[in-house]
Design a binder for this molecule. Structure first.
Ligand SMILES: Nc1ncnc2c1ncn2[C@@H]1O[C@H](COP(=O)(O)OP(=O)(O)OP(=O)(O)O)[C@@H](O)[C@H]1O
Ligand SMILES: [Mg+2]
Length: 269
């Protein structure tokens, strides 16, 4: 079974007498070490999708299996355990504690574990080294640049050594140079075996991923496998291309058997 498997997942929000269908019958499989970008216009359901994948929210209907476990049957405590052990979150606005140092921010997720203070500190130092911030551990968030804050947030997501990293517009508040730095870090984490799932508005970010899933009106509009993450910044070259609107994600070889190019336009529509 895949690492993540959603079957006909729906998420409804009741707003007065109106029902918002944020997710509308989503079926998708995500394998271990996949590197996926969810794209699509504002309101298409990307964040709702990520929140459900990260067990921050539950589907209204449908099945979600994570690591062969049916998430539906888990108690709130078990769900919190999964979030703490398996999943790291990275948000656009970093969500750091403003009055805590970088080090303390990164130590935070370990508080919920039975880990002594000095071990926690050592683990947090290691995570901060991992994102090249060893020199800034005693800085408060407002004493760091935007890119450094996001690296603290990534270190905080990594410190528990989660298998899955979920990031909602992780570079939305960053300039292009810093964005490149953060994406290089994600590429490295992918090479190390993490499963990465990003939400992004930016084609440049999506191009780093192995797979691009485009959402539209709460459905999967397109699901494209891409080749090599392009450090050179080339267009998205695709081996396999599924363009049906039903959300199937079985890869389909292209007819010539050679790499086909998916234009930026196709990917970002
Ligand atoms: N808590 C909520 N209560 C009611 N409606 C909601 C809630 N959260 C999201 N929605 C609605 O669900 C739909 C999907 O929202 P979602 O946040 O997933 O979109 P998105 O693709 O992440 O958009 P963006 O790119 O703007 O972040 C939207 O129509 C939104 O208004
Ligand atoms: Mg969103």
């Amino acid at each position: 079974m895949a690492l993540i498997e959603l079957q006909d997942v729906t998420k409804l929000y009741e707003m007065g007498d109106q029902t918002v269908r944020a997710l509308d019958g989503i079926s998708i499989r995500i394998e271990k070490n996949d590197y996926v970008a969810f794209i699509g216009s504002s309101g298409s359901g990307k964040s709702t999708m990520l929140n459900i994948l990260g067990c921050l929210d539950r589907p209204t209907s449908g099945r979600y299996h994570l690591n062969e476990q049916n998430v539906e049957n888990l108690t709130p405590n078990e769900l919190a355990g999964i979030r703490n052990h398996e999943i790291g979150f990275i948000f656009q606005s970093f969500n750091l504690l403003p009055r805590a140092t970088a080090l303390y921010n990164v130590m935070q997720p370990l508080i919920y574990r039975n880990v002594g203070w000095s071990k926690r500190k050592a683990m947090a130092m290691e995570a901060l080294r991992r994102v090249n911030l060893a020199e800034r551990v005693n800085h408060l968030p407002n004493q760091l640049s935007g890119g450094q804050r996001q690296r603290v947030a990534i270190a905080r997501a990594l410190v528990t050594n989660p298998s899955i990293l979920l990031a909602d517009e992780p570079t939305g508040n960053l300039d292009s140079r810093t964005t490149t730095e953060i994406m290089q870090l994600f590429d490295e984490l992918h090479r190390e075996g993490h499963t990465l799932i990003l939400v992004t508005h930016e084609d440049e970010i999506a191009r780093h991923c192995k797979r691009i899933v485009e959402m539209k009106d709460g459905r999967i509009h397109r699901d494209v496998m891409t080749t090599a993450m392009t450090a050179a910044g080339n267009g998205v070259a695709a081996h396999a291309h599924v363009s049906d609107a039903e959300g199937s994600n079985a890869p389909v070889s292209n007819e010539q058997g050679s790499s086909a190019r998916v234009s930026d336009k196709q990917v970002s529509n």
